[in-house]
Design a protein around this ligand. Structure first.
Ligand code: FES
Length: 175
């Protein structure tokens, strides 16, 4: 067995390549990190962007950020857990992230958000009292070509309308 190929570092590199290929949000995060020239002092800005894209800071995102900024994962976890505005877990059982970036907005994202808020009786940033649904917004999730886009439990879904959004979230919450 080639132990070099099996090293934790190589496994991490392979995992990140897989994430970049399968989830556009990592590409946006990568571009954001590049904008900051991989500067370690941009950690908080990068985590903000990551939370905006993903709704919360999942394990892979924290590890990816650590690798990109060449920081120990412990440092990134430390910062993410220290500040109350970062959350490491989706609060609700399900989450719905409505993209409110320009391309989505001009195609009616505000109407989608309003419909979900009215139906679930929560505002963006809130979770239903039964913990079934967390509703979040993002500025651009990198899917402008299929605007308006909504992310349901991590799945970027194209060309949404208030009706399609309600059909999805009403499976999770009782209107
Ligand atoms: S503005 Fe919504 S995906 Fe870009």
């Amino acid at each position: 067995m080639n132990t070099l190929l099996e090293s934790p570092r190589n496994k991490a590199v392979a995992r990140f390549a897989q994430l970049l290929a399968s989830d556009k949000r990592y590409k946006i995060l990568e571009a954001h990190i590049k904008k900051f020239q991989h500067r370690q002092d941009a950690l908080i800005e990068v985590l903000h962007k990551a939370q905006e894209l993903f709704g919360y800071l999942e394990d892979d995102v924290l590890r990816y950020t650590a690798a990109q900024l060449k920081l120990p994962a412990s440092r990134v976890y430390g910062v993410a857990t220290f500040y109350h505005f970062f959350t490491l877990k989706p609060q609700g059982e399900h989450n719905c992230v409505v993209c409110m970036g320009t391309a989505c907005y001009v195609k009616g994202a505000d109407k989608i958000l309003a419909a979900v808020e009215a139906s679930a009786h929560i505002k963006a940033g809130e979770t239903t009292p039964d913990n079934k649904l967390s509703l979040l917004t993002a500025r651009c999730i990198g899917a402008c070509g299929i605007a308006p886009a909504v992310v349901y439990d991590g799945t970027v879904t194209p060309r949404q309308t208030p009706e399609t959004a309600l059909a999805q979230i009403n499976q999770w919450v009782t209107p």
